[in-house]
Design a protein around this ligand. Sequence first.
Ligand code: NAI
Ligand code: MG
Length: 499
Amino acid sequence: MATKQQELHPSVVKFLSNSPKKMLINGEFVSAKSGKTFDTVNPATGDVIVKVCEADKEDIDLAVKAARKAFEGEWKKVTPYQREMLLNKLADLIEKNAEELAQLETLDNGKPISESKAVDVPASVQHFRYYAGWATKIHGETLPVSVGNFHAYTLREPVGVVGQIIPWNFPLLMATWKIAVAVACGNCVVLKPAEQTPLTALRLGELVMEAGFPPGVINICPGFGETAGAALSSHMDVDKVAFTGEYITGRKIVQASVGNLKRVSLELGGKSPNIVFTDGDMEGALRGCMGSVFFNQGQVCCAGTRLFIEKKIYEDFVSKLTDKVKKIRVGMGLDPNTQMGPLVSDDQLKRVTGYLEAGKKEGAKPTCGGDRVKEGDLSKGYFVQPTVFADVNNNMKIAREEIFGPVVSAIPFKDVEDVVFQGNDTTYGLAAGIWTNDLKKAHKVAKAIKAGTVWVNCYNCFDPCVPFGGFKQSGYGREGGLHALELYTQPKSVWVSLD
Ligand code: NAI
Ligand code: MG
């Protein structure tokens, strides 16, 4: 397939010409102590984009030391208003470099440039500005104690040095979700980007320094999970670790945290039910299903991958959905017309095609897609055909495990009771969608579904002021809004005797 790809922005070319990319520790871009590097790959072609210095235990230790020094020193002298201004400055710089960041994101992750531009970069700007505003509004309380003559109050203090480990599906946005709130609350950060997609985080690191953050406040160390990630999550001088990724890794993070009982927050995966009732707006529901599953190649933790359709309209809905899915334009991320790019990596391609085979073996019927893309230019990259599986039941592997690809499982249901039971019959609890025009039914089901977010007649809506996180094995702790401040601050109670 011939594709018209965007020319790379001169500053992207310049950024990439500087190889290997160094990590940010203590305000300086440095090589790994071991001298090791790794390749970051363009998933649309399989070609190496650039080499990246690989952090492991020693580098993580230096970064944690730098963060601790900043936290106990320079950063303490920075006022809340100055933190607000620094975060706003960083937001401005991201906005100023939006085009470049969007291209870097698409190169490294594969996602369509239209999405990098419309979602990843502007949402990152908005998120930094939202938490910039909070920096001056975090305060304790005075308390009316009844046990004697005391003046009792709380101070709300930062937790300290935080380790943050992020995945590859929204590399810049996930870095933003983690860093903005932590820094607004007065913490210092060591961020480990995913090994598949380190580039926008490193560029963000340059903007961090341009914005004027003191050295050590934000450190960015790309490396692998088993080495750099494990070193960060088990580090005895890290006070808190925040993680987004697979639930199996989440368990390892918790285990690694026990040494110093560091605080942990986890945003893990999902197998979210998206429920279509007969009485809903069908066009809206169809559009919602498309967005909920195929956005970002399906590599979204809250993707509505279990599509529950009321029996009466099951056949019709699946057929209309299939028609739409067949029209998705799969192509190179840098082509502005592309609606779906490649998966992030060869590993992810193997994983998703493995699930496609498993689905067919168990008797699910692909009404479209069902394989990787094997023809033309796209066969060199990690492209998968957008796939609708019909005749799925909730016990099949494809309905139980997170596929993290452009694959939806259509499951019929009888009534409210049936769909609430099936919807909740999962180890996950991240999100859910409900499509109905019956007000009572909408609220009843929203209440009954065990998930951290429920969307009614919409899907994948996000705003920095709305908390996001999971029930059950989708994790704990909430990012976004007021709730995230709880993760990054701790109350200190002070009693003053007035007698
Ligand atoms: P992962 O959970 O292993 O990787 C996420 C991050 O954790 C990366 O930065 C990685 O380097 C780090 N990590 C890995 N092992 C670690 C360890 N032992 N200690 C500390 N950090 C560690 O996810 P992976 O392997 O990239 O993808 C596998 C599957 O996980 C995907 O197919 C998808 O189903 C799921 N996933 C879910 C995400 C979500 O947002 N819920 C995001 C990414 C993956
Ligand atoms: Mg892994």
